[in-house]
Design a binder for this molecule. Structure first.
Ligand code: ATP
Length: 295
């Protein structure tokens, strides 16, 4: 659905994006992560044809970006989505439907699909942020685009609204649309996307499924042992840090994990409990976004 090859866009005194290659397949949900200024918006605008690119190519459903066919195949949800406050939800969506040459009836059905049927006749000026984002998603669904680019779709939403929005994103992917989601909300990304791409200083530093990124980073796993009586004996055996005299914590590399677990089991009743804590997505993100730590 999307094939980006060696895309470069530089600004005076800023990185923009440099030599970025990535793809999004039909029905795939790809998260695009990166610090502020890493190049996410520049990449999205380049793909949308809103920003001229210096070199490289980007094809949407086989069409060159900026062409009429490519524009027709892509939908976009900007971070600060804004609609005309005096229009009702139904009027606004019908207007978009007309522009996209989609039947009115489909627009009406989409309002129900995003859970806005009850508010269809209300002015958008009275909508909450969550309702505006739903309307934005309805606009993305119009005409079954091959590719959808969503910029921070859940920012400013409460947990329930976020969950609902991701259900809509899942439905979008299930109909075959390739979805790229720029986000800072790491915990959501973990459960709701198929692949993660990370930009750093305008360059793509990671692009793989989450498990693969974890395996490649080879980050330490934390053991947390609770002592039955006194933590000294555990500390003498494993080292690490003593916590409150009752616990011992230490790190191991992934390949040491099973052997260390066997050592812990061999301590028998002296260990009251063991927790094995894998690295978090925040740790992983930090690993790939910090120049000094990345490979
Ligand atoms: N029109 C512009 N003129 C000059 N520099 C720009 C322009 N647009 C972006 N940049 C620069 O290019 C770099 C990438 O910016 P971009 O907006 O793509 O980052 P981002 O990852 O989307 O950040 P954020 O998470 O803050 O939205 C930044 O250094 C930014 O200052």
């Amino acid at each position: 659905m999307l094939e980006v090859s060696r895309l470069t866009r530089r600004f005076k005194g800023a990185d923009g994006v440099s030599d970025v290659s990535l793809s999004v397949r039909a029905g795939e949900r790809v998260a695009l992560l990166g610090h502020n200024g890493a190049g996410k918006s520049t990449l999205m605008k380049g793909i949308l044809g809103l920003l001229p690119i210096d070199s490289g190519t980007a094809l949407i459903a086989g069409h060159e970006v900026g062409s009429t066919a490519a524009r027709a195949a892509v939908a976009y949800l900007p971070e600060a989505v804004s609609f005309h406050p005096a229009l009702t939800g139904r009027e606004q969506l019908r207007l978009f439907a007309k522009l996209a040459r989609v039947e009115r009836r489909d627009a009406d059905n989409l309002l129900a699909r995003v859970g806005l049927e009850h508010a269809a006749e209300r002015r958008i000026g009275t909508y909450s942020k969550g309702m505006r984002q739903r309307l934005g998603m309805a606009q993305v669904f119009l005409g079954k685009p091959a590719l959808a680019l969503l910029d921070e779709p859940t920012s400013g939403l409460d947990p329930i609204a976020r969950h609902d929005l991701y259900s809509l994103i899942d439905a979008l992917a299930a109909q075959g649309t390739g979805v790229m989601i720029a986000s800072h909300a790491l915990t959501e990304i973990e459960a709701r996307t198929d692949r993660i791409a990370i930009l750093r200083g305008g360059q793509l530093v990671a692009d793989a499924p989450l498990q693969e990124l974890f395996a490649r980073a080879n980050m330490p796993i934390r053991f947390r042992l609770s002592a039955q009586a006194d933590a000294t004996v555990l500390f003498d055996r494993f080292g690490g840090q003593r916590i409150n005299g009752a616990r011992v914590e230490f790190n191991v590399t992934p390949d040491q994990k099973m052997a260390r677990l066997a050592d812990v089991t061999a301590m028998g009743a002296q260990v009251a409990d063991v927790e094995i804590i894998p690295p978090s997505l925040e740790d992983l993100y930090r690993y790939y976004s910090k120049p000094a730590e990345a490979s």
